[in-house]
Design a protein. Structure first.
Length: 83
């Protein structure tokens, strides 16, 4: 009794920690990448899209939209095909 609920809370906590860890690593990586290749490089767009996906899964919608829109602007300026 109640064991399933504890497991769900523990699982949710672990998943939230994974999203925070991935976000932290990718955000740090984004800063390094920008310094290396410039803020308008297609690789920055790719990483911004990935950060958007992480925030979307974590329901951080404002952050997700920010990263998706940033990626879109880079793609548009570069004249790259998009999917």
């Amino acid at each position: 009794p109640g064991g399933g609920k504890d497991f769900e809370s523990m699982y949710d906590g672990r998943m939230a920690a994974r999203f925070r860890d991935a976000n932290t690593l990718m955000t740090a990586g984004l800063a390094v990448l920008e310094a290396r290749v410039g803020a308008d490089h297609p690789d920055v767009a790719d990483l911004s899209q990935e950060l958007g996906r992480i925030h979307l899964q974590d329901l951080s919608l404002t952050q997700a939209v920010y990263h998706f829109e940033r990626a879109w602007r880079i793609i548009q300026r570069a004249g790259l095909p998009h999917s």
